[in-house]
Design a protein around this ligand. Structure first.
Ligand code: TXA
Ligand code: MG
Length: 322
């Protein structure tokens, strides 16, 4: 069921149920991080491999101290600018954080999401929320309550509706485990913004667990498509591939260009003015809409590799057939 009742979400979470929650990045599939059965249910509902750890969400840095976490200097410097916000910090875990959250590793990922509904919910709860993106493992992340309801609605009691997500791609993940901070996933905060505050930041996207998941047990070692659509997606200059398909059977994901001969409804222009933040906001909904159409292929442009354009290209690359 979809609704806007924060009290109902709180009641269900306290009972150990799963509730989908809005954030500024994507919708999360939330559970009491301190309730082992509830956390196990996240893995079941998402069909997520147990070795892929979860981000815990709370509403303030002070709460993290209550759970015996030690916050690195660099994290504190970033938090002044980006928390609440689309930035996740990987830091050493404390004994209070269950091993199931961290997939048995000694590090935990923490984030303060910037959404008024979810901040109010988190402030009312005595525990943090473990919350991966609220999509079946491997599929495109949801940026609207309806996306969650359509895919997981029959498995969870409540989707807390906070409207369309403003950022539209997941949080940036930065690790403070090594001497030099390391970016593990491009997202809502750009590496340029991180470097402006920290100086050196290593760029190692793909270190996060998403990359190592295989979708085909008979071909172990193959990289899975993540953020993947049902239809094959090619992430390259569409002009180089158009000749290989009937124009009527092509879907397009573009920044601002329209393509001749392709039906207009099958062309998703993410920002008419070429604004990358606007493009990111609409990316996942556009991928879902194209996926629902009767077409053979999605041709996705390469976006400018700067700012949040890096996160867009990263998601499209992982969604693409390689
Ligand atoms: O924007 C977001 O971060 C959204 C919203 C709901 O907050 N959440 C999200 O969660 O994207 P998920 O589970 O879909 O992606 C989290 C990523 C995974 O790739 C996971 O492997 C990585 O974070 N991760 C989680 N804990 C980690 C840890 N301790 N060390 C390294 N990577 C970690
Ligand atoms: Mg995810």
């Amino acid at each position: 069921m979809i609704g806007t009742d924060i009290q109902e979400a709180k009641r269900l979470l306290e009972l150990g149920e799963l509730v989908a929650i809005p954030t500024e990045t994507v919708y999360g599939l939330a559970a009491n991080a301190f309730n082992a059965q509830a956390v196990a249910n996240i893995y079941t509902v998402k069909n997520r491999p147990s070795f892929n750890p979860l981000i815990i969400h709370t509403n303030s840095l002070e709460r993290l101290l209550e759970w015996d976490l030690t916050l690195p200097e660099g994290m504190l410097a970033l938090a002044k600018h980006f928390s609440p916000g689309p930035l996740t910090y990987v830091i050493p875990k404390s004994n209070r954080i269950p091993d199931m959250i961290t997939a048995g590793t000694s590090a935990v990922a923490v984030r303060i999401p910037n959404h008024p509904v979810t901040l109010a919910l988190l402030a009312s709860l005595p525990f943090p929320l473990a919350a991966p993106s609220a999509n079946p493992s491997g599929y495109v992340s949801p940026t609207q309550a309806l996306h969650v309801e359509q895919q997981l609605g029959n498995q969870i009691p409540y989707v807390l509706d906070g409207g369309e997500c403003e950022v539209g791609v997941e949080s940036t993940i930065i690790s403070f485990l090594d001497e030099t901070p390391t970016l593990l996933r491009h997202g809502g905060v750009s590496i340029e913004q991180l470097r402006a505050i920290l100086g050196n930041v290593l760029d190692k996207p793909g270190e996060a667990g998403d990359e190592i998941v295989t979708d085909n047990p008979v071909a172990p070692g193959q990289l899975a498509r993540h953020y993947a659509t049902r239809h094959p997606l090619i992430h390259d200059n569409p002009h180089l591939h158009l000749a290989n398909y009937a124009a009527a059977r092509v879907g397009i994901l573009s920044l601002s260009t329209t393509y001749e001969h392709i039906p207009v409804a099958q062309q998703k222009v993410l920002s008419a003015t070429g604004n990358l933040a606007e493009a990111a906001q609409h990316l996942f909904a556009a991928m879902r809409e194209l996926d629902a159409m009767d077409i053979d292929v999605i041709l996705a442009e390469r976006f400018p590799q700067e700012g949040i354009g890096r996160a867009i290209n990263d998601r499209l690359k992982r969604a693409s057939v390689r």
